[in-house]
Design a protein around this ligand. Structure first.
Ligand SMILES: [Fe+2]
Length: 194
């Protein structure tokens, strides 16, 4: 089944990134959608299973690209969905949820920001049903650092492509603007749909 690109429209409410930064990032997202569809096509079209080899093989290339492209699609969709809106404060339900696992909303925030500073790819606030815990995961690549059962609740893109056009090397300002422009209604919906 073909993976369809979702439409995220730029809005002036999305103050964490400007239009130029948004549109450049959207083109990258579209690239991942195209690649996972290309990979799925290769998998459906009699790939060389006999030649599979972990040092080098065409099939290994397909398999490495599969999770990279798929996570690239999924994580960007979570990110674009949870940035910017007029819902920039978590309500009591979300506050209590974060406090239950991190002690307080403020403590969660400190951990999340530090995780962002420590990450080269993604930061994911996720729920792990196996350990009944919330975790701020740090991914250096789309397919490196994720936890198998994690349910993403809030996603931040820390790749340089996400902010460099607008913020240059001012990573701290990008993180700060992200934290002030989270659409908490989206996070709440994700919590309530678990
Ligand atoms: Fe990105």
């Amino acid at each position: 089944m073909e993976i369809v690109k979702l439409n995220f429209e730029y809005s002036d409410d999305v103050t964490v990134i400007n239009r130029e930064q948004f549109e450049a990032h959207m083109r990258l997202y579209e690239g991942y959608v195209n690649k996972i569809n290309e990979i799925d096509g290769l998998l459906a079209d009699d790939p060389d299973l006999e030649g599979a080899n972990s040092t080098y093989s065409e099939f290994r290339g397909i398999k490495r690209g599969e999770t990279y492209a798929l996570n690239g699609v999924i994580l960007h969709e979570f990110y674009f969905e949870n940035i910017g809106s007029n819902n920039n404060e978590p309500d009591e339900v979300v506050m209590n949820f974060l406090s239950r696992f991190f002690g307080s909303y403020e403590l969660w925030q400190e951990h999340f920001v530090a995780t962002a500073k420590a990450s080269r790819g993604w930061v994911i606030l996720c729920y792990d049903p196996r350990s009944d815990s919330l975790r701020n995961l740090s991914l250096d690549l789309h397919d490196y650092g994720n936890a198998a059962m994690s349910i993403p609740l809030l996603v931040l893109d820390m790749y340089e492509h996400a902010y460099f056009l607008q913020y240059a090397d001012n990573k701290a300002e990008y993180i700060d603007n992200f934290m002030k422009n989270i659409d908490w209604s989206v996070v709440k919906d994700r919590i309530e749909s678990m």
